[in-house]
Design a protein around this ligand. Structure first.
Ligand SMILES: [Zn+2]
Length: 147
């Protein structure tokens, strides 16, 4: 698809890429740790995937959620698949904090505040560990020995 951003671009800083999908980290200083799992092929809906593909995609999404939860200790993680603007299958995995710019609204809502600068820097430092921690999990998705 010529007009599709996720067909043309990675969609963030690449963390991992497998046969079917990739994981990227979104560079948004207000939302450290924000990751996306993006299906490679231009498909709009989960129901267009076969059962094995659905299972793999959800497994990766939940594993990324688990890594983010344990590394970033957010108060909540938001999982979202919208695709209204970019109808190319992707999941957002967003750690949320009570003092993040949009809490308790969705991250696509109007900004309410700036996070304290020191707190934001600490979270940014934790977010920088995510690529290594996520790649560690990736061995179990590709069938390679996870040791
Ligand atoms: Zn696309």
């Amino acid at each position: 698809m010529d007009s599709c951003r996720l067909c043309k671009e990675e969609g963030g800083a690449l963390i991992w890429s497998g046969e079917d999908c990739r994981i990227v980290q979104v560079n948004d200083p207000g939302l450290p740790g924000f990751c996306r799992v993006i299906w490679h092929q231009h498909i709009a809906e989960m129901s267009a995937l076969n059962h094995a593909q659905r299972h793999l995609l959800m497994r990766i999404v939940v594993d990324v959620e688990e890594v983010i939860a344990s590394a970033m200790k957010p108060v909540k993680i938001n999982l979202a698949s919208l695709g209204n603007q970019v109808p190319h299958l992707h999941w957002h995995i967003i750690p949320r904090y009570e003092d993040d710019p949009y809490f308790p609204d969705s991250v696509w809502s109007e900004k309410r505040r700036d996070t304290n600068e020191v707190v934001a820097l600490k979270r940014q430092a934790m977010a920088e560990l995510l690529p290594v921690l996520i790649r560690e999990k990736a061995d179990s998705w590709t069938g390679k020995d996870s040791k």
